[in-house]
Design a protein around this ligand. Structure first.
Ligand code: G3I
Length: 381
């Protein structure tokens, strides 16, 4: 997208002015209904335990009200963890499909689509311990290829027609310098690029109809310059080598940096548009895959904090949804109590994070209204 309209050029500031009344009176209907009206889909990540019946044997945290909320609001879900190697591959020779299967079955029961996340999270930190320590034997190249292709083919043979969009590779670029991570697998195969290429080629051959996505968290906030540049280099390389990649997943784990939301957006939007322009100029589609907000630099006061988070989200979505290459908007959890953020990065003042659309009692927050308004305002696809 090279042509920028006056409204887009005014960007964040204009978006925020527009956001005021829209947030006060959110458009009617579920988020999926609102999204659908614009040719979009709305969804969320789902953790297996949250959709289990209350009091189910051996399950902590089953919450039928939360499951109902997801079913009511979403047209697509993605397993938060259950498809990752760490969950799915207890050993080099086995697959533990039960929880992943249960999520897919639950989605089918409710008429909801499923995205796949992910076939290869290419960082040692997120490999199962056995894979980091794996003995690739006398022909590491052949054994590395066998391990990776068997993993991908086994999953796609099971879900190739049911799941139409996969994060084939997740977070392969090092944010600090934009280089690619090395892993036990890439050392065996002979480099990170051939490893990622092999993942995509294998996925395309096994599920020719599926949308194949490279997913990462390079964001629009400061200090993401090297990460964005690294992702662009990776995407250029995919095109040059004819690697079958259809879309970039923009995770959208947003981070506020104080209460001056309009000024922050005004400062960040130019670099963000240049990045998305470069990605789409290469012919890639886009997906918002993991939207949530870390409420950094905001007061503990819940009313002020929620309002700032909502404004920041609205400004981001207005700018980003202007790219019609986006057809899917997924959050990384719908309610604060199920967000990963509290466990990974608590607030320094001790108050609980409020990173999602619904509060602990599953009441809609201003961020929910902001997402609804942004979806309603998006240009039709
Ligand atoms: O299941 C165990 C539980 O038995 C144990 O009591 C508990 C104690 O720490 O750990 C539980 O596992 C944790 C799991 O989340 C479930 O809560 C793991 O330690 C923890 O590493 C895992 O974190 C997940 C993380 O990815 C790593 O896989 C988060 O839930 C998940 O939200 C997060 O998702 C990632 C995306 O896949 C990629 N993009 C970034 C995003 C957020 O970090």
């Amino acid at each position: 997208m090279t042509h920028i309209t006056r409204r887009e050029a005014l960007g964040g500031a204009a978006a925020l002015i527009a956001a005021g009344p829209a947030i006060a009176t959110p458009p009617a209907g579920s988020l999926e209904q609102i999204a659908k009206g614009r040719g979009l889909r709305f969804g969320t990540a789902v953790a297996w335990h949250t959709i289990q019946p209350e009091g189910a044997k051996g399950v902590k945290g089953g919450n039928p009200a939360y499951a109902r909320l997801i079913a009511d609001q979403c047209g697509v879900i993605v397993p938060e963890n259950e498809m990752k190697w760490q969950w799915l591959r207890p050993t080099p020779t086995s697959f533990a499909f039960e929880r992943f299967d249960a999520i897919v079955a639950w989605a089918a029961q409710h008429g909801i689509a499923v995205r796949g996340h992910n076939l290869l999270w290419h960082q040692p930190k997120w490999f199962p311990a056995w894979l980091n320590a794996y003995d690739f034997g006398t022909d590491p190249h052949a054994e590395g290829e066998r391990l990776l292709t068997t993993h991908i083919r086994t999953i796609l043979a099971r879900y190739g027609t049911r799941i139409r969009s996969y994060d084939v590779v997740n977070e392969a670029v090092r944010p600090s310098d934009g280089a690619l991570y090395d892993t036990s697998l890439s050392r065996a195969i002979g480099g990170a690029e051939p490893t990622l290429d092999l993942a995509f080629h294998t996925a395309r051959a096994a599920a020719p109809q599926a949308q194949l996505v490279y997913n990462d968290y390079m964001s629009w906030e400061p200090h993401n310059e090297a990460h964005r540049a690294g992702v662009l280099r990776l995407l250029e390389g995919f095109r040059r080598r004819g690697t079958p990649v259809d879309a970039l997943g923009i995770q959208s784990h947003l981070i506020t940096q104080g209460s001056a939301i309009g000024a922050t957006i005004a400062r960040q939007q130019g670099a963000w548009r240049r990045f998305l322009d470069a990605v789409t100029a290469m012919g890639y589609d886009l997906i918002i895959t993991e939207l949530d907000v870390r409420d950094n630099g905001l007061p503990a006061d819940i009313v002020l904090r929620d309002r700032a988070v909502a404004d920041y989200t609205r400004g981001y979505l207005d700018i980003t949804l202007a790219y019609r290459q986006i057809r899917d908007v997924l959050c990384w959890g719908l309610a604060d109590r199920y967000s990963w953020i509290e466990g990974f990065e608590p607030r320094s003042d001790g108050s609980r994070r409020r990173p999602t659309l619904y509060d602990d009692a599953l009441r809609p927050k201003p961020m929910r209204a902001a997402v609804a308004a942004a979806l309603a305002a998006a240009a039709p696809r």
